[in-house]
Design a protein around this ligand. Structure first.
Ligand SMILES: Nc1nc2c(c(=O)[nH]1)N[C@@H](CN(C=O)c1ccc(C(=O)N[C@@H](CCC(=O)O)C(=O)O)cc1)CN2
Length: 387
């Protein structure tokens, strides 16, 4: 079991040795034997998804897993053959919800609004991004956020702090951004190093600039009837936007959210209810999750377990939004690994009516929604909101 352990999948990337064979433990039931030629890619995979010095993986997954213990649910981990099979080209009968294209379209709309704001008030929105440590995945996401800012005309401010930065140092930057009128949105890239109290840092962000929507006041308002959060967390907002833009009716439907993390599962369930769906949350202690999920018209899968959702979890015609981003070793891929979702895509394609791919589904929408939240923050600051 790895040192960085909060979520299930965190324990899933461990190097091992048995009978003079080296292997990479992808999940409790998946061990990939590593030949010498594969060793580099396995190490690369670990580098990208591990905190420096730890032997566990689970970058984004720990966000999805939250307090959950999916690793203990050995019954839910598919065998390696299933994951390998899934890389085969499939002709889906389900329609593919192209998150990358939809995100691009949304960024185009935002760029137009930013240009209009510049003309009207002579200002553009500003987004501050705080990164602590040198996790490769977090660095990639932060780079994507800055690139998106450039694309749409948002000014980005960034602070990169070392892994051993103190809590006070981080808070000092948050307070400075809170006081900077040119900064309309502030985000602290998660996860933070273990010695930092995430609750304190997120709670220090001015709620009017909390473009991640993780501040307890924003989450509280999201949960309450008749209250309006200033911001909705980007990934759940992206999931709903994908459904709406794909013409999927949410009202009156039964939605199952798999996972209850603070970043995705919990706010997604709250948001679906606000859209008048009947919502069931499936988590790592749910008995017979396949049976529960099989009742769903809409599934948001955010467990952080590669290919957990199989054919028997899906009702024919269900709409599947796959939030999982799980790296699995693939020597034929340039990076030595590829990303797969929580849903066995190949199988789901033949039974669902619509499905998001991984990559290219929810991920790009997270960034587009961050741009949207930042624009909305600036509109409020300059009194440019409609209605
Ligand atoms: N402060 C925050 N931290 C984190 C959040 C968040 O919303 N706010 N979410 C995740 C990571 N994340 C954004 O920060 C994020 C994850 C994935 C993608 C994405 O576009 N993924 C691509 C694949 C990328 C690749 O090839 O590596 C895809 O799915 O197509 C964007 C943003 C945790 N932390």
């Amino acid at each position: 079991m790895g040192a960085c352990m909060p979520g299930a999948a965190v324990s899933q990337l461990v190097m091992g040795r048995a009978n003079s064979q080296r292997f990479l433990v992808i999940s409790p039931r998946i061990r990939v034997q590593i030949s010498d030629s594969k060793a580099v890619s396995a190490a690369g995979l670990k580098r990208k998804f591990c905190t420096a010095g730890s032997i566990g993986g689970g970058a984004f997954w720990s966000e999805l897993s939250g307090l959950d213990n999916w690793a203990a649910r050995r019954d839910l981990h598919p065998c390696q053959a299933i994951i390998e099979e899934d890389s085969a080209v499939v002709e889906p009968t389900a329609s593919v919800i192209d998150g990358k294209a939809i995100a691009q379209q949304i960024k185009g709309e935002i760029a137009e609004e930013v240009a209009r704001m510049k003309e009207a008030v002579g200002k553009v929105p500003g987004l501050a991004v705080l990164l602590v440590g040198s996790r490769k995945d977090s660095e990639t996401y932060v780079r994507s956020k800055k690139k998106a800012c450039e694309e749409v005309g948002i000014k980005s401010f960034s602070i990169d702090l070392p892994e051993d930065a103190s809590q006070n140092e981080i808070l000092k930057h948050v307070y400075e951004f809170n006081d900077n009128p040119g900064v309309h949105g502030i985000l602290v890239q998660l996860p933070l190093p273990r010695h930092i109290d995430e609750e304190k840092v997120v709670g220090a962000i001015n709620i009017a600039k909390d473009v991640d929507g993780f501040h307890p006041l924003n989450i509280g308002r999201l949960a309450m009837q008749g209250r309006k959060p200033l911001f909705i967390p980007c990934t759940p907002r992206g999931c709903i936007e994908l459904l709406i833009r794909s013409g999927v009716e949410i009202k009156g439907k039964h939605a199952v959210v798999i996972g209850r993390s603070n970043v995705v599962g919990m706010p997604a369930a709250l948001l679906l209810q606000r859209h008048n769906a009947t919502v069931t949350v499936v988590h790592s202690y749910t008995p017979n999750p396949a049976e529960v999920t099989r009742n769903a018209d809409i599934i948001i899968a955010a467990a952080g377990v590669a290919h957990m959702v199989r054919t028997d979890w899906l009702k024919p015609g269900a709409v599947v939004i796959d939030v999982g981003i799980n790296p699995v070793e693939d020597p034929s891929a340039k990076r030595g690994y590829r990303l797969v979702g929580d849903v066995c895509y190949r199988e789901a394609c033949t039974i669902a009516s619509a499905i998001t791919p991984v990559p290219g589904g929810v991920g790009p929408m997270t960034i587009a929604m961050l741009m949207k939240n930042t624009l909305e923050a600036a509109k409020r600051a300059y009194d440019q909101t409609e209605g």
